[in-house]
Design a protein around this ligand. Structure first.
Ligand code: TXA
Ligand code: MG
Length: 343
């Protein structure tokens, strides 16, 4: 693994479509599930688009999803589960959320609900939010894969950041060959646009992203209108004001620190020890080996840890900006941004 997060992998394409021999398709899904459980990256078909799957509870695997896509920021990801029973173990469903889930799952609908503290969807997968986006896909191969995986699976679209979403295994291969472990090939995805995302974390459901299920169909089930979510919620879900309080550390954060001031804790990378480190209250290294993928995986945990230990101030060394370094800088920038006054 290089610091930039580009990972040299051998990508295997495993046929799993309806046209395959049933036993071969079954074996392909079982192998893909094993790879995912071991922390690997598996592109899988859903009825909307191909998703780039990883174990939602494994921060290192989730970090590798961001790295493989070349995502500049840690957007919160959708977690895929096999059924509503699995979903209600991960999030708190309001009456409206339950009604929508029963009407449209399995299918191209994603519901954002308050997250339960199970650890099955890690902080990085939620970009530190206290909500979780859940979806039960309808595609038979996706359902078999999720059942075999036995855990929630993050699945952003399986394309490089800035490219269009893949509706064929060949699209996935063109974008991600050498960056992921397995592509489950089941032919073209039928819906071709991403799922509709409805925010059910507040008092009234709101539309975060239009998609595979029409607004009018959702309104019919709700019995009332479905307004658009406030633009900040849709476009900047990780704005500091919306972060769970324990992810904006209580201590002030000082970036690009060339020294450690008396009383500061040091958040460092690749073993760097700037002047003053010996007197630092606490030193946490995001990746002693200098891997930005590992640093991304450790970032939220490190911020949580610094808070738990009650450090008065945090100095952060400069980190490389390539690969996941851009997303880490984005997240640290938010952690260091001036906070709205606590009422
Ligand atoms: O059809 C789809 O939904 C595809 C297939 C593969 O399932 N997946 C997909 O995932 O489009 P993704 O990760 O690219 O979409 C994630 C979007 C984010 O950009 C964000 O807008 C929203 O879902 N999202 C996720 N978690 C959220 C949260 N807790 N609050 C608000 N928005 C959230
Ligand atoms: Mg996408």
């Amino acid at each position: 693994m290089t610091p930039s997060g580009t990972i040299d992998r051998h990508t295997r394409c495993l046929p799993a479509g309806a046209g395959e021999d049933a036993a071969a398709a079954h074996a392909a899904v079982a192998e893909a599930a094993r790879v995912l459980q071991a922390g690997g990256l598996v592109a899988f078909p859903t009825e909307t688009v191909y998703g780039l799957g990883a174990d939602a509870g494994n921060p290192l695997a989730v970090a590798q999803v961001y790295a493989a896509k070349g995502r500049p920021a840690f957007n919160p990801l959708i977690s895929h589960v096999p059924d509503l029973d699995a979903a209600v173990r991960l999030g708190t469903f309001s009456e409206a959320a339950l009604r929508l889930a029963r009407a449209f799952w399995p299918g191209p609908l994603t519901l954002v609900v308050p997250c339960r503290d199970t650890g099955a969807v890690c902080d990085l997968a939620r970009a530190g939010l206290d909500t979780v986006a859940l979806r039960v896909p309808a595609h038979s191969v996706a359902r078999a894969f999720l059942a075999a995986a036995g855990r929630p699976v993050v699945g952003p679209s399986a394309n490089r950041s800035g490219h269009v979403s893949p509706t064929l295994a060949a699209h996935v291969d063109a974008d991600l060959d050498g960056r992921i472990d397995v592509i489950l090939d089941a032919g073209p995805t039928p819906v071709g646009v991403e799922s509709t995302i409805v925010d059910c974390s507040g008092e009234h459901p709101a539309l975060l992203r239009p998609g595979g299920i029409a607004r009018a169909d959702i309104e019919r089930v709700l019995g009332h209108g479905l307004p658009d979510a406030a633009p900040e919620a849709a476009e900047r879900p990780v704005a500091p004001g919306r972060l769970a309080s324990h992810y904006a550390p209580r201590a002030p954060v000082r970036l690009e620190a060339g020294h450690v001031a008396p009383g500061e804790a040091l958040l460092t990378f690749a073993g760097a020890r700037p002047p003053g480190s010996a007197e630092a209250g606490l030193v946490l290294d995001l990746s002693p080996a200098g891997s930005l993928v590992e640093a991304a995986a450790n970032l939220y945990g490190a911020l949580r840890d610094l808070d738990a230990r009650g450090v008065p101030a945090i100095a952060v060394v400069p980190l490389p900006r390539e690969g996941l370094g851009e997303a880490i800088a984005d997240r640290l920038g938010r952690a260091a941004a001036p906070r709205p006054p606590v009422p």
